[in-house]
Design a protein around this ligand. Structure first.
Ligand code: ZN
Length: 76
């Protein structure tokens, strides 16, 4: 199983079993003024650049559900 397979598997689980969760993640995990994801901030690691892994998961779950805002486009 590749990372991509694992990612899709988790996204599918979210889409099917947690239909209330991924829209919340899409709402919460947005870029701040510096382009970082504030909800993902921790004292151990600084906030990751947006879109963070959780946002990408939520977007993929939304895409699989045929709802949601769709995955943010990344060059490449
Ligand atoms: Zn995040």
């Amino acid at each position: 199983m590749t990372d991509e397979d694992a990612f899709r598997g988790i996204a599918r689980t979210l889409a099917w079993f947690c239909p209330d969760l991924w829209p919340q993640l899409q709402t919460q995990h947005v870029a701040d003024s510096t382009g970082h994801c504030r909800p993902c901030y921790s004292h151990a690691t600084s906030a990751p650049m947006w879109p963070c892994r959780l946002r990408l998961l939520a977007d993929e779950a939304g895409r699989l559900s045929g709802l949601g805002k769709g995955a943010p486009r990344r060059p490449g």
